[in-house]
Design a protein around this ligand. Structure first.
Ligand code: VGL
Ligand code: ZN
Length: 207
C-alpha cells in the first residue's frame, strides 16, 4: 500500500504509560507497538496523536461507582459503559506518552475523555456518539482523505476511531502489527466483525 504524502495521516492512538506493562490499564505487550509506530511515523508526512486524558473521579472509572468493579458494565445516560481501573489521569505519569514514543513529528495531539461524565474511546466522537473532538474538521480542512491507525487498544480506542473515520467519509486502514488489544468479553472478535462491516481495511503490516 502506497502512502500518499498529501492525503494520508497516521493516527497514533493512546500510546501512554497506563496502557503499557506496569500501567494501570495495561494492555498485554502494549509497549511492543512503540518501535513499530516510530518506524511508521518516519514514513508519513502527517502524524496525529491521541491522548486519553481523564480528570480524577472520571465517570468511566469503577472507583466512581460504589459497589462496582473494573471491567463491569453500567448504564450511563448515553448507554452502556464499561468501567475501568483509574487510568490516564490528567498530568500524571500514567497519562504521559511512552518515553520511547517518537512524538516530535506529531502536528496535532487530540486529548479525549476530559469531560467528567462521558468516556471517549473514539478520536472523533465521545461515547455519546454525538460530542465531537474536532478531529474530523481538522482532517477535512487540511484535505486529508485516508487515516492509518496504530496504537492501543485494538478493540477499543483504535476500533472506535476507525469505525468513526469511515462514518465520516474517510478511508480507514488499521495496521495490525502496530496495535495491541485488551480482549474483554469477546471484544476483539466483535471489533473485527464491526470493522469489516464498516469498511475498515485491516492490514498485517504496512509494507
Ligand atoms: C482505552 C479503555 C479506556 C483505549 C481508553 O485507549 O483503548 N480503553 N480508555
Ligand atoms: Zn480511558
Amino acid at each position: 500500500m502506497q502512502i500518499k504524502a498529501n492525503e494520508d495521516v497516521l493516527l497514533i492512538i493512546d500510546v501512554q504509560n497506563d496502557f503499557c506493562p506496569g500501567g494501570a490499564l495495561a494492555v498485554a505487550d502494549g509497549d511492543a507497538v512503540v518501535p513499530v509506530i516510530n518506524r511508521l511515523s518516519a514514513r508519513f508526512e502527517q502524524v496525529v496523536l491521541t491522548q486519553d486524558w481523564h480528570p480524577a473521579s472520571h465517570g468511566s472509572f469503577a472507583s466512581s461507582h460504589p459497589g462496582k468493579a473494573p471491567f463491569e458494565s453500567i448504564d450511563l445516560a448515553y448507554g452502556p459503559q464499561t468501567l475501568w481501573p483509574d487510568h490516564c489521569i490528567q498530568g500524571t505519569p500514567g497519562a504521559a506518552f511512552h518515553r520511547d514514543l517518537a512524538t516530535d513529528k506529531a502536528q496535532l495531539i487530540i486529548r479525549k475523555g476530559f469531560r467528567p461524565g462521558i468516556d471517549s474511546y473514539s478520536a472523533f466522537f465521545e461515547n455519546d456518539k454525538t460530542t465531537p473532538t474536532g478531529l474530523s474538521g481538522y482532517l477535512r480542512e487540511r484535505g486529508f482523505r485516508r487515516v492509518f491507525l496504530a496504537g492501543l487498544a485494538t478493540d477499543f480506542c483504535v476500533h472506535y476511531s476507525a469505525v468513526d473515520a469511515r462514518r465520516l467519509g474517510f478511508a480507514a486502514v488499521v495496521i495490525d502489527n502496530a496495535c495491541r488489544g485488551i480482549d474483554l468479553g469477546g471484544s476483539m472478535a466483535a471489533a473485527k466483525a464491526q470493522g469489516a462491516e464498516a469498511g475498515v481495511i485491516k492490514i498485517a503490516e504496512l509494507a
